[in-house]
Design a protein around this ligand. Structure first.
Ligand code: SF4
Length: 85
């Protein structure tokens, strides 16, 4: 049940990003922000996996490399938030 909620939350993040994109707002995070998020995630205790490409967050079960991309994504543990530009 929790896993379904996590998937739902991630799909909701993508849906909001898509809506932002339709309004002409930025839905994709700038490289600098993605790198900042990545550095936090890659040194996080919730990170799991052997290959960077497939690292997962055990808090939200998201694929980290995908989660970093959207401005509407946020860390479930409050380590980084959404981006508004
Ligand atoms: S999203 Fe948050 S909890 Fe998950 S790995 Fe990244 S920093 Fe850690």
């Amino acid at each position: 049940m929790i896993f379904r909620v996590q998937i739902y939350n991630f799909l909701e993040t993508i849906r909001i990003a898509f809506q932002k994109s339709l309004r002409g707002e930025k839905a994709i995070a700038k490289s600098e922000d993605r790198y900042n998020r990545r550095d936090i995630c890659f040194s996080c205790e919730f990170k799991k996996g052997y290959f960077k490409k497939y690292y997962r967050c055990t808090s939200c079960e998201c694929l980290i490399i995908t989660k970093l991309i959207f401005t509407t994504s946020e860390c479930p543990e409050g380590k980084w938030g959404t981006l508004d530009y």
